[in-house]
Write a protein that binds this ligand. Sequence first.
Ligand code: AMP
Ligand code: TRP
Length: 340
Amino acid sequence: MSDSQFTPRVFSGMQPSGGLTLGNYLGALKRYVEMQDEGTYETVYCMVDLHAITVWQDPAELAAKTRELAAAYIAAGVDPERSILINQSQVPEHAQLGWVFNCVARMGWMQRMTQFKDKAGKNAQNASLGLFGYPALMAADILIYHATHVPVGDDQKQHLELTRDIAAKFNHDYGVDFFPLTEPVIKGAATRVMSLRDGSKKMSKSDPSDASRINMTDDADTIAKKIRKAKTDPDALPSEVKGLEDRPEARNLVNIYAALADMSVEQVLADHGGAQFGTFKPALAELAVAKLSPIASEMTRLMGDVTEIDRLLARGAEQAREITAPILKKTYEIVGMVGS
Ligand code: AMP
Ligand code: TRP
């Protein structure tokens, strides 16, 4: 199937279930802004509150985190005048298409999803049905816009493959060429930012150790302290990428530096090869503070006017529905629902 019949359109989202980490920023949010600024795509960015409640969320906190995530998007450079900014539950077509996709996706496909296995843990029988069906709703988020590109971190690759499988099965079962086969955009030097305490674990907002991550709202001193304490090995930095093999913690810090500075890993090593961590870490801390502090202070400013955030989200939902309502109607028609 040729994707040329589809408007170049980007969709992506994050769960408003905790604070944002440097991993979210470098793996995804930074790319949201770049793709918006490229001007080639229509861009739609979402707070996926329906996904967040697949595990328990305190209601007041969920609302606060949703607004905070909207503020983070805007502070990082998502411009509500150029991108459609939405909260998932305010655009009902996501959940409506999600139901149709629950009936397209197969149990066996879902059982293979590693994020479900990780999140459900040992007691999968006690996980919510929503957590199991999570990737079908994610496919609906994307395909209700006929989105052609989805910027995400490396951990979402499997979900995007499933999104393509769902689109292909729907098209095949109904004999149509209706949903695009969406391309993941997993790019940059830091598609998988690792924990500062353990180079084999992903940096995550759910890690019990706060020292394992940099939060987007950490102040300059905290950022510097966490980087200073980050786990490393005793060797100096190599001058070539090959020298980072089997040095996961060193590689992680170099990747973070490259992504923050918009440099390649090769360039970073050309500049810092031979340096000890005692020198490299302060340089990294300075760079991180320079890039992250303005975002944190802009977030705080935006959070001071919650009414304005709510107004932007209401407007975003209206703009989104101009795209999603016709696509849902057409889907229902294809499926054979009377009255659509
Ligand atoms: P989540 O916080 O799970 O909703 O993730 C939101 C986005 O951030 C997704 O595109 C993830 O792939 C991305 N992401 C989360 N953690 C990391 C990480 N440690 N490194 C790179 N990308 C990440
Ligand atoms: N599953 C994604 C995550 O955990 C969040 C998400 C939900 C998403 N719907 C999406 C990402 C659609 C991209 C596109 O990070």
